[in-house]
Design a protein around this ligand. Structure first.
Ligand SMILES: *[C@@H]1O[C@H](CO)[C@@H](O)[C@H](O)[C@H]1NC(C)=O
Ligand SMILES: *[C@@H]1O[C@H](CO)[C@@H](O)[C@H](O)[C@H]1NC(C)=O
Length: 313
C-alpha cells in the first residue's frame, strides 16, 4: 500500500505541468506598427503556439556597431503547456526568448563567454537598450526599459522558449522596489498563482539563468543539463548554466563536469570554490535548486523497487 502511494506520488511529481501563456498574455503580443516590426501568435496547433515575427524592433535603433537589423522571419514553437522539468537546462548562446514585440532576448553573454551587460566586458547598447548581431538580429541582453518596458505593475515582457512568460521587475507583491535576482530561483523565475514565470532584473543573469522547462529541439539547441546541486554552479555565480557550445562555463573555463570537486583530474583553471559537496545547500535561496536531483534519485529508487517486485513474483 505505502509503495503504491509512494509510486503514484513520485510519478506525479516528476512532471509538473504549469500553465503556459494565458490568453491575456497572448493579447499583449503586439507592435506599434512602426518600422518593419511584426508579431503574431498562431494558436491553432493543440500542442504549441507558433510565434511569427520579423524580429525588427518597433522602436528606433542606432548603429552602435556596424550591423543593421534585418527581417529574421522568426517562426518559433513554444509549448502551450510547459512542463517544469526535473532537469534544468542551460540557456544557449544567442536567442533564448522573444519579447512581446517579437524581438530576440539573448543570454547574458557576449562572445568569449563574458558578461555582455556589466563590467569590463560590457557591450555597447543603443538608447533603446538593444543592439544588432552580425546576422542582423536585433536583441536585448538586459531590461529594455527605455523603449519597451513601461515599468507598470506585473507587466509582461515576453516569453522564454520553454513556454514560460517573462515579466518585468515591477511586481504587485513587492511595492517599494524592483524585484532582484535574490528574490528568484536559479533559473531566474518563481511561481505566481500557480504559474511559473521568469523575471528580468537589473542583476546578473538579467533575463534567465537556465530553462526550467523544455524547449523544442528545432528552436534552440540546449547543450548541457544544469546540475544545480553542484558547488561549481554557485562558485561560478551561476555561470554554469549559460553553457556555450563546447560545454564550457563562463570566461573560457573548462566544461563544468570536469570541474566537479571529485574529479581526480580536475583542470587547474577551474574556478575556486568550495571543494566539499554542498550537502546543506546553504546557498540555495529559492529552495528550488535540489528538486531535480531528488526527483532523479526518487525515480531510480522507484524503478529499482518495481524491478525487485517483478522478480519476486
Ligand atoms: C507602453 O508605453 C508605450 C508608450 O507610451 C505605449 O505605446 C504602449 O502601449 C505601452 N505598452 C504597455 C504594454 O503598456
Ligand atoms: C511600479 O509601477 C507603478 C505604476 O506603473 C509605479 O507607480 C511604481 O512607482 C512602480 N514601482 C517601482 C518600484 O518602480
Amino acid at each position: 500500500m505505502w509503495l503504491h502511494i509512494w509510486l503514484v506520488l513520485s510519478i506525479a511529481s516528476l512532471h509538473t505541468e504549469s500553465s503556459g501563456l494565458t490568453s491575456e498574455e497572448i493579447s499583449k503580443f503586439s507592435v506599434s506598427g512602426k518600422y518593419e516590426a511584426t508579431v503574431t501568435v498562431d494558436q491553432s496547433n493543440s500542442e504549441y503556439f507558433l510565434i511569427a515575427a520579423s524580429g525588427i524592433p518597433d522602436h528606433p535603433w542606432e548603429n552602435v556597431n556596424p550591423n543593421t537589423p534585418t527581417n529574421q522571419n522568426y517562426n518559433i514553437k513554444i509549448r502551450k503547456t510547459p512542463e517544469v522539468s526535473p532537469t534544468k537546462a542551460c540557456v544557449p548562446f544567442g536567442k533564448i526568448g522573444l519579447t512581446r514585440t517579437g524581438v530576440a532576448i539573448y543570454n547574458p553573454l557576449a562572445g568569449g563567454s563574458v558578461n555582455a551587460v556589466q563590467g569590463d566586458s560590457a557591450e555597447t547598447f543603443d538608447s533603446c537598450d538593444g543592439h544588432t548581431s552580425p546576422d542582423g538580429s536585433y536583441h536585448y541582453h538586459k531590461i529594455p526599459d527605455s523603449c519597451l518596458y513601461n515599468n507598470t505593475v506585473d507587466e509582461l515582457i515576453g516569453v522564454a522558449f520553454d513556454g514560460f512568460p517573462i515579466y518585468g521587475p515591477n511586481v504587485s507583491d513587492i511595492s517599494d522596489r524592483w524585484i532582484t535576482s535574490a528574490d528568484l530561483d536559479k533559473c531566474h523565475g518563481r511561481e505566481v498563482n500557480g504559474q511559473y514565470r521568469y523575471h528580468v532584473t537589473e542583476q546578473w543573469p538579467y533575463f534567465l539563468g537556465c530553462y526550467h522547462g523544455t524547449v523544442y529541439a528545432d528552436v534552440v539547441t540546449v547543450t548541457y543539463d544544469c546540475d544545480l546541486n553542484s558547488n561549481d554552479w554557485d562558485a561560478w555565480t551561476y555561470y554554469l548554466c549559460e553553457c556555450p557550445e563546447n560545454g564550457g562555463g563562463g570566461g573560457g573555463l573548462p566544461p563544468p563536469i570536469e570541474c566537479r570537486p571529485d574529479n581526480p583530474n580536475r583542470p587547474a583553471n577551474c574556478p575556486d570554490g568550495p571543494q566539499q559537496p554542498d550537502t546543506n545547500n546553504v546557498n540555495d535561496q529559492s529552495g528550488d535548486g535540489n528538486s531535480g536531483c531528488r526527483l532523479g534519485v526518487n525515480l531510480m529508487i522507484v524503478i529499482f523497487i518495481v524491478l525487485i517486485s517483478f522478480q519476486a513474483f
